[in-house]
Design a protein around this ligand. Structure first.
Ligand SMILES: Nc1nc2c(ncn2[C@@H]2O[C@H](COP(=O)(O)OP(=O)(O)OP(=O)(O)O)[C@@H](O)[C@H]2O)c(=O)[nH]1
Ligand SMILES: [Mg+2]
Length: 294
């Protein structure tokens, strides 16, 4: 009998703790976008890691927060639903604490799934005492299967975490072809990479008000041209995104094209447009059209 193992691992936690960065470090490729802005991830994003003895499917989720609109509730549902369908839960925290986390921990009591407490960003901590303090503050919250101080950025302790995850997985077959790193389509990945550049170049409300749709793509002469629309909620946001004489959109487009070409190992030409759909985050019908499938 084969000893091969396979299974699902959910990465959940508050926004901005580094869940998507961990996913990318584990997979060794940018399968999820990341940013210094909270609420970057908007859907469940799968990353597939195939080793000689196991295949692990990691599920990155949106940061859990107090929902203020339809998109917000959708994000929380995406994160919470991951808990019930995985073999291992990675509950990620960093050096901060908020009551939203107690709300999440309550869900762990309702499941038999092992929960690993993953303390990320230890590269930012000055001493081991600081790590111990965080560990102590979580000890009485739940009977965690293991506690892992890591750095998604420097890869510290990642290998050790990976080995313990494999221990918990059931025996099973390959679920994805061993060459697959993520089941996302190229269009989905391109839209996300464009949104990532918007997040890095805008502030305040704009990052949360943006969605990106790939309208179509195809060869024009010898060039593969991708047409994408950045959707915002207000005219003022559209103006900011376009910038003086189109300067902002130019920077976003140029960085997105470079990253798409590098990440997807392709050669595209990118055509970007900006469009206003008033209040789309509160309209379930529009959410669906923008890739957030309710
Ligand atoms: N110093 C340090 N920074 C990190 C580490 N991991 C992530 N970050 C940074 O933390 C910020 C948030 O990272 P993300 O991976 O986007 O966080 P997330 O938890 O996926 O956030 P949401 O998708 O908004 O829920 C980014 O600026 C990352 O570069 C780490 O181990 N060390
Ligand atoms: Mg994320």
């Amino acid at each position: 009998m084969s000893n091969f193992k396979s299974g699902f691992v959910g990465i959940i936690g508050r926004a901005n703790v580094g869940k998507s960065t961990l996913l990318n470090t584990l997979i060794g490729e940018k399968v999820a976008i990341t940013s210094y802005q909270p609420q970057t991830t908007r859907t469940q994003i799968l990353g597939v890691k195939t080793l000689a003895d196991a295949q692990i499917i990691f599920m990155d989720t949106p940061g859990i927060h107090k929902p203020k609109h339809a998109l917000g509730s959708f994000l929380d549902e995406q994160a919470i639903s991951a808990i019930s369908s995985v073999d291992v839960i990675l509950y990620m925290v960093d050096s901060e604490y908020s009551f939203a986390q107690d709300f999440v921990i309550r869900h762990f009591k309702e499941t038999k799934t092992p929960v690993f407490l993953v303390i990320n960003k230890i590269d930012l901590l000055k001493s081991k005492i600081e790590i111990d303090k965080i560990i102590l503050s979580y000890m009485d919250k739940h009977d965690f299967k293991g506690i892992y101080p890591i750095s998604s950025k420097t890869s510290q302790n990642i290998e050790y975490l990976l080995q313990d995850i494999i221990e918990e997985l059931p025996l099973g077959e390959l679920l994805y072809d061993d060459s697959v790193k993520t089941p996302q389509t190229d269009f989905e990945r391109m839209a996300e990479l464009i949104r990532e550049k918007v997040l890095y170049h805008t502030k305040e409300e704009i990052p949360h008000s943006v969605a990106v749709v790939i309208e179509h793509a195809g060869y024009e002469h010898n060039l593969y041209v991708v047409y994408a629309t950045i959707v915002v909620e207000r005219d003022s946001q559209k103006n900011i995104l376009i910038g003086k004489q189109g300067s902002m959109l130019k920077v976003i487009g140029s960085e997105a094209r470079k990253d798409i070409n590098e990440t997807l190992e392709t050669q595209i030409h990118l055509n970007l447009w900006v469009k206003v759909i008033k209040d789309w985050r509160n309209r379930p019908q529009d959410l669906k059209g923008l890739g957030y499938d309710l």
